[in-house]
Design a protein around this ligand. Sequence first.
Ligand SMILES: Cc1cc2nc3c(=O)[nH]c(=O)nc-3n(C[C@H](O)[C@H](O)[C@H](O)COP(=O)(O)OP(=O)(O)OC[C@H]3O[C@@H](n4cnc5c(N)ncnc54)[C@H](O)[C@@H]3O)c2cc1C
Length: 602
Amino acid sequence: MTDLIEVKVPDIGDFADVDVIEVHVKAGDVIAAEDSLITLETEKAAMDVPSPAAGRVEEMLINMGDKVSEGSLILKLAAESDSAEATNEQEPAEEAAGQASGDATGADGAKPDNQDQPSAPAAIPAAGYDGDVHMETGLLVLGAGPGGYTAAFRAADLGMDVILVERWPSLGGVCLNVGCIPSKALLHAAKVIDEAESMGEFGVKFTAPEIDTDKLRGWKQSVVDRLTGGLAGLAKQRKVKVVQGTGTFLSPHHVRVKSDSGSQVIAFKQCIIAAGSEPAMIPGLPDDPRIIDSTGALELEDMPERMLVVGGGIIGLEMATVYDALGVKVSVVELTKNLVPGCDPDLVRPLEKRIKGRYEAIYKGIGVSAVEAQTDGLKVSFSGDGAPEPQVYGKVLIAVGRSANGGKIGAELAGVKVGERGIIPVDKQMRTNVPHIFAIGDIVGQPMLAHKATHEGKVAAEAAAGEKAYFDARVIPGVAYTDPEIAWTGVTETDAKAQGLDFGVGKFPWAASGRSLSVGRDEGMTKLIFDNKTKKVIGAGIVGPNAGELIAEACLAIEMGCDAADIGLTVHPHPTLSETVAMAAEAFEGTLTDLYIPKRKK
Ligand SMILES: Cc1cc2nc3c(=O)[nH]c(=O)nc-3n(C[C@H](O)[C@H](O)[C@H](O)COP(=O)(O)OP(=O)(O)OC[C@H]3O[C@@H](n4cnc5c(N)ncnc54)[C@H](O)[C@@H]3O)c2cc1C
């Protein structure tokens, strides 16, 4: 069934006779709900007008260069009847304007603390909806990754009535299902394999491992299932209602959730968008199952003889660690001059030294210019100074970053501003430009890390409940769980130099750590960065086994405003790697006895 509907220019604030600068559809096009129809330009901003329903464009009534105002007819649409209800009258202008200018009331009637609003344009046209509503809630959380489930659980603990919408069959998002947890399970297997092999040097020889990838995959999945199942139990205990399906906004107070079993509309008072991100792909690659992203890499299917990892960032290098340990000949190609971009080069060096001796090749400052699917493999051509000859690989893993899902949830219909690369801008309370709609986690941008998402989730839930909560972390640590691990937090040495800060560095090489030597590793290093005036620690970097665990002490020290003496005088257990943190502080203070450091000339 189709209904012929007239699609008109919605409320565009105080503007009239606005230029149509782009027309995105023509008569005969079949379009989805929320597809952009035209782009308007006022003297303040450009704005897309989305389609309120899916269907076929019957007649186009506007051309580029036309001038339009609220109510101007754009096109006639033969709308699919189940989405035609979304085309009802626009929300009254006062309500849309009120939502965009801070007139929101919390679920419990509490006025939120809006002192730090983003300066997003107030008049983003939002759609109205007065069709069927199947459920109502105080707070709808869209996406059940670490950000979303944390927000939902915290809000429920604060007494709010919560619905959690998730398109996947299990909770936990990327992190639990196809990210942090499965990758760390496989990295653990890699670590055991490597350690067993390296013990040969010290007189304990094991035979080469027999790797049963089906069993390994099954074990990895059991870890994931245990955690995601646990989340489902926690949701139940808190009476958080989980609705399975893909949610898209219909208006600033309605989301439609579609699943195999049908479609339902949920009305909400407040919403937290936690729809995360997806792997970014290089355009123009052939459609070939041997080209995989991180999710495909975690499946360990059809182990290749040779694999190319495109992208020398954290995810690429972690997966390279796994495949190398499992016996695959790995090469890594990175477009920039450094692996782990954003991290100090002296922290990356020990990792690079180790993997240079193990991997087939590491190409830095080199791009991939073409990939050709052949029967015997994927022929990859490279570009850049010193680019190698084309090579054939059994698999190519694309790990060139992640893109936020802001453009895929119909945010425009809720009046929510979505910035470049799908990122939704928010203020310190995690509010979008529509004050009763919050956004958290990967969808609000870098760093795209689970621990950032969970903290933001708590802030958003507390703010939605009317509390004066702000995301005010001084530092967010980053960790590459490679071998050796690299972890850093706060100001890097590179950034401190670039910013012209007056800073000093305390370093402790692990070659002088009894614990490090006793685990057969000596290449690590702990470095702390201090403000020379206050002696407070402002940054830290650690490379070596378990660096990811050790960095937490530096994070706490920075949050607590510790100075070098606070860290150095704290008695650390011996022999541990944690001593290296205290010793780096002592190195800065000049009180270190485990190494001889000549006194600095005054
Ligand atoms: C291989 C890999 C390893 C990683 N390792 C680490 C690590 O060690 N440490 C770390 O901190 N981070 C790591 N990350 C990053 C981490 O997974 C993300 O930062 C984190 O998951 C972001 O959480 P989130 O809640 O913002 O979104 P996500 O985890 O992306 O969750 C978003 C959820 O929303 C759902 N969703 C999206 N759109 C809709 C819709 N329209 N309707 C309904 N549901 C929707 C998705 O299905 C998903 O479940 C890793 C990522 C990858 C890929």
